[in-house]
Write a protein that binds this ligand. Structure first.
Ligand SMILES: [Zn+2]
Length: 147
């Protein structure tokens, strides 16, 4: 998915009070005077750049816009699809297909994704149910191919 598309998704926010999630872009890894690694982190939401420890975190807050910046790009992507679905801007099956694709190709778990969904009034049980339905479709598809 292109960066442009993600930014477009951010314009649709089902819950204006929730924290924004953005990708953290890391560069310029270097040794600090204290002997630990630091880097420059750019916020995917507002483009502000600040120095931060290179290791020891999965998410940090942007001091400029307050977004939660995630080292793992899949979290903000999953967030975007729940937001689109909750806003009625994306078909349920398309949204969950994308969410499960990010889970399948990354270290993000179904449980983590389901928790994000609850911020958009999608109950955890709805995410688990959709996963089962997708798994059933996958199994049926494989049967159709092999038989
Ligand atoms: Zn920011």
């Amino acid at each position: 998915m292109s960066t442009q598309a993600i930014n477009r998704f951010r314009a649709i926010n089902a819950n204006p009070n929730r924290t924004k999630r953005a990708e953290a872009f890391l560069k310029n890894k270097r040794m600090s005077i204290g002997g630990s690694y630091v880097c420059d982190v750019t916020c995917g939401e507002c483009n502000d750049t600040a120095a931060a420890a290179f290791g020891g975190w999965d998410a940090i807050a942007c001091s400029q816009c307050g977004a939660e910046m995630y080292r793992h790009e899949a979290i903000p992507e999953i967030d975007s699809y729940y937001r689109l679905y909750a806003a009625g801007a994306c078909d349920k099956w398309h949204a969950f297909a994308q969410i499960f694709a990010y889970i399948d190709s990354s270290r993000v778990t179904l449980k983590q994704a389901a928790k994000i969904g609850t911020e958009y009034w999608v109950p955890e049980s709805a995410t688990y149910e959709m996963r089962q339905r997708f798994n059933a479709l996958d199994a049926a598809g494989k049967d159709a191919v092999t038989s």
